[in-house]
Ligand binder design. Structure first.
Ligand code: NAI
Length: 338
C-alpha cells in the first residue's frame, strides 16, 4: 500500500515511521491539510491518511476517487470532517481510530478545570514577575460541587471517574443513557435543562452532529448557573463562540477551557506568532483572563500517538488484506454524525 498523509507534524512522522516499519507500506507526508485544492497530491497513492482539520468533503472525495484512492484512513476518533455519504457513493471505505487514549483527553479536561479554578495560568506569570499577591486568584473546592457531563462515552467515563475522586456530584446527559453504568458509577442522567441549571462545571464529550452543532448557544447559556465553568474538548462547533463571548462579558460564564474552536483549522497546530491575528473572535476569546485556549491537544500524549499509529496501520493492513474493517464508519443512521 502507498499511503499519503495530510496535515502532518513531526510527531506524526516519528510515530508512523517508528511503528510502520513492520507493515512494509510506503509513506509520503504532507504538512498541508487536505482539501479540494490539493487532493491532486494523492495521485498514485492507495490511501490517504488524514486528521481533524483536513477536509474530506464531497468535492475532495470525488477527486480522490478519480485519482484512484481506495481508502480514507482517519488517524483520529471524530469523523465530522468527512462526507460519509460521498465516500459511500465513491465506494471509498472510511476507517478511524475510535479510541486511542480516552485517558489523555479526560486528563486534559481536568487540567483545564483545575487551571481555571485555581488560576494556575495567571499565578505562573505573576510569580515569575516577582508578584506574590493572591489578589484575584480565589478558587473553589471541587469537592461537593456538581459536574454536568454531556455525552457519556469513553472519554466522559474516564473523566467522571476522576471527578468522582474529587468528591464531585455528577449529572450527565446522553441520547443513549446507560442506566447500568449510571448505577455503578454513581451518576444521574438528567434532561439538558436540568444539567444546565444545576452544574457548576459543564464538560462536553458528545460528537459533533447536526443535533449537537451549536448546542451551547444563547439559550443554553441563559439556563446555566451564574459563574458556570465550561469545558470543551469535543469539537469547536458544539459551542456558538459569539454566544460564549457574550456570556463571558456578562459574567454569566465564569470560566471557559477550550481545547477546540469552531474556526481552529487556520490556527491550531501552526506557529502563527509572527502574524497579526485576523480572527477577531479568537482574538477576543484570548483576551479574557478566565479563558484558556489549548490547540486541540487533548489527545497529545505519548501513549495516544503510539495507539493512533498502531490502529491506523492495522486498519490499512486489514483493508489491504481484505479483512473485516472493524473501525469502519459508514453513513448509516447510527453513524451519521456529520
Ligand atoms: P464516544 O463515541 O465513546 O462517546 C460519545 C457519546 O456521546 C456517546 O455516549 C453518545 O451516545 C453520546 N451522544 C451522541 N450524540 C449525543 C447528543 N446529541 N447528546 C448527548 N450525547 C450524545 O466518543 P469519545 O471517544 O468519548 O469522544 C467524544 C468526542 O471527543 C469525539 O466525538 C471527538 O469529537 C472528541 N475528541 C476530542 C479529542 C481532543 O483531542 N480534544 C480527541 C478525541 C476525541
Amino acid at each position: 500500500m502507498k499511503i499519503t498523509f495530510f496535515g502532518t507534524q513531526p510527531y506524526d512522522r516519528e510515530s508512523f515511521d517508528r511503528i510502520g516499519g513492520a507493515y512494509g507500506f510506503e509513506f509520503r507526508y504532507h504538512r498541508n491539510h487536505l482539501n479540494a485544492n490539493n487532493a491532486i497530491l494523492a495521485k498514485g497513492y492507495d490511501a490517504v491518511c488524514i486528521f481533524v482539520n483536513d477536509t474530506a468533503d464531497a468535492e475532495t472525495i470525488g477527486q480522490l476517487s478519480e485519482l484512484g484512492v481506495k481508502l480514507i484512513a482517519l488517524r483520529c476518533a471524530g469523523f465530522n470532517n468527512v462526507d460519509l455519504a460521498a465516500a459511500a457513493r465513491c465506494h471509498i471505505p472510511v476507517v478511524r481510530v475510535p479510541a486511542y487514549s480516552p485517558h489523555a483527553v479526560a486528563e486534559h479536561a481536568v487540567a483545564l478545570m483545575l487551571s481555571l479554578n485555581r488560576k494556575i495560568h495567571r499565578a505562573y506569570w505573576r510569580t515569575r514577575d516577582g508578584n506574590f499577591s493572591l489578589h484575584g486568584l480565589l478558587g473553589f473546592d471541587m469537592y461537593g460541587k456538581t459536574a454536568g457531563i454531556i455525552g457519556t462515552g469513553k472519554i466522559a467515563r474516564e473523566l467522571i471517574h476522576i471527578l468522582k475522586g474529587f468528591g464531585m456530584d455528577v449529572l450527565a446527559h446522553d441520547i443513549y443513557p446507560d442506566a447500568e453504568y449510571a448505577r455503578t458509577a454513581g451518576i444521574t442522567y438528567v434532561p439538558l435543562e436540568e444539567l444546565y441549571a444545576r452544574a457548576d462545571i459543564i464538560s462536553l464529550h458528545c460528537p459533533l452532529t447536526d443535533q449537537t452543532r451549536y448546542m451551547i448557544g444563547d439559550v443554553a447559556i441563559a439556563h446555566m448557573k451564574p459563574g458556570v465553568m465550561l469545558i470543551n474538548t469535543g469539537r469547536g462547533q458544539l459551542i456558538h463562540t459569539e454566544a460564549l463571548i457574550d456570556g463571558l462579558k456578562e459574567k454569566k460564564v465564569g470560566a471557559a477551557g477550550l481545547d477546540v474552536y469552531e474556526e481552529e483549522a487556520g490556527y491550531f497546530y501552526e506557529d502563527t506568532s509572527d502574524r497579526i491575528m485576523d480572527d477577531d473572535v479568537l482574538a477576543r476569546l484570548l483576551s479574557f483572563n478566565n479563558v484558556i485556549v489549548t490547540s486541540h491537544q487533548g489527545f497529545f500524549t505519548r501513549e495516544a500517538l503510539d495507539n493512533i499509529a498502531r490502529t491506523t496501520l492495522q486498519n490499512i493492513a486489514d483493508f489491504d488484506q481484505h479483512r473485516k474493517l472493524v473501525n469502519e464508519v459508514r453513513a448509516e443512521p447510527e453513524n451519521s454524525m456529520v
